[in-house]
Design a protein around this ligand. Structure first.
Ligand code: FMN
Length: 370
């Protein structure tokens, strides 16, 4: 069985270990532009030894931002700074992933440290879109149901965003279909009450997910991995559930998805979620086994032995860490030391490395095939 520090090859990309920086909103952009904050935030986690550093949910359209301060990639102008960040990540031996997102009915909300719920139009908010008319909760904006033409616009925006991500040099795209954002809103019978070809049956509710994957796969290079993040369950009777997730994963694998990143929840404000260490890992294990697709697991992974056990016991192929990476950007270097696995240290930091560590030269990580 592989361990946490074994490489993993997906298409033309070989990750140096199984550790991924999970997407995390930074609410630090103006008009969707990346800046020095993103360079330092993402760059330091590449220095810290993660194999793959994912951007936050990056909006494919301005109205698809969770907050007015979200990162975006709808405009040609967004590419330049993102390209600089990708170059830095590559020079540290890591790869760069972009999570592409549309927040649907959960868009136009306050940055967490500024408030809660809907941002009014006079403060930079906008009319949000969703599958149906129901808001996420009382203090969230009321969505306008998307027309079929509007759905096509969204799908085309995902494809255009993938083109931009490629121009910026990203190695991996992850489609955000989790946490109650637009694609998840369509998947769940509790948020999708449409009567047309995008609502009702499993086939209809999953149509948007399939169309987005197909549109992105067409634009995204054949050699480059494509992931999707799903919420494997709504944690609510009658909602989206693990059995539907397995079937969706099977279908999306056939359309070119390489890895399913298994999260949960986020679509229903009153759902009771039994959160705790390892609570989402059974979803990754089941989808991996029953759909025969690579999976990633996320949620309350903080300890090196815990992460190593997940990989060794074949429950998932990658571990994604969010909050622990905020506490310690160098978590992968620490984990290698604790577990006794050899790993490379940035040459600049070698004097702090355990004896026998190999130096990691700058600029050794440039991309294969690009
Ligand atoms: C500050 C912050 C921002 C987040 N933003 C995103 C995001 O943009 N996209 C996403 O899929 N998940 C997002 N998440 C969820 C994390 O990626 C992760 O799934 C969750 O925090 C559980 O992992 P953890 O226990 O390691 O923090 C965010 C989490 C945090 C703490």
């Amino acid at each position: 069985m592989p361990n946490l520090f074994d490489p993993l090859t997906i298409r033309d990309l070989t990750l140096r270990n199984r550790i991924v920086v999970s997407p995390m909103c930074q609410y630090s952009s103006a008009d969707g532009y990346a800046n020095e904050w993103h360079l330092v935030h993402l760059g330091s986690r590449a220095v810290g030894g993660a194999a793959l550093v994912m951007t936050e949910a990056t909006a494919v359209l301005p109205e698809g931002r969770i907050s007015p301060q979200d990162l975006g990639i709808w405009d040609d102008g967004h590419v330049e700074m993102l390209a600089r960040i990708v170059r830095f990540i590559h020079e540290r031996g890591a790869f760069a992933g972009m999570q592409l997102a549309h927040a649907g009915r959960k868009a136009s909300t306050y940055t967490p440290w500024k408030g809660q719920g809907a941002v009014p139009e006079n403060e930079g908010g906008w009319q949000v879109l969703g599958p149906s008319e129901d808001p996420f909760s009382e203090d969230y904006p009321k969505p306008q149901p998307l027309t079929v033409e509007g759905i096509r616009r969204v799908t085309a925006a995902f494809a255009q965003a993938a083109r931009h991500a490629r121009q910026a040099g990203f190695d991996v795209i992850e489609i955000h279909a989790a946490h109650g954002y637009l694609v998840h809103e369509f998947l769940s019978p509790l948020s999708n009450h449409r009567q047309d070809q995008y609502g009702g049956s499993f086939e209809n509710r999953t149509r948007l997910a399939r169309e987005v994957v197909e549109a992105v796969r067409k634009t995204w290079p054949e050699r480059s991995p494509l992931y999707i993040r799903i919420s494997a369950t709504d944690w609510e009777e009658g909602g989206w559930d693990p059995a539907q997730s397995v079937e969706l994963a099977r279908q999306l694998k056939a359309l070119g998805i390489d890895l399913v990143d298994c999260s949960s929840g986020g679509n229903l404000s009153l759902a009771r979620i039994p959160a705790g260490p390892g609570f989402q890992t059974p979803f990754a294990e089941r989808i991996r086994r029953e759909a025969g697709v690579l999976t990633g697991t996320v949620g309350f992974i903080t300890a090196s032995a815990q992460a190593d056990h997940i990989i060794r016991s074949g429950q998932a192929d990658l571990v994604l860490l969010a909050r622990e990476m905020l506490r310690d950007p160098y978590w992968p270097l620490r984990a290698a030391r604790e577990l006794g696995y050899p790993t490379t240290w940035p040459v600049q930091y070698l004097r702090a490395a355990p004896p026998g560590s190999e130096p990691r030269q700058p600029a050794t990580g440039s991309k294969p095939g690009r």
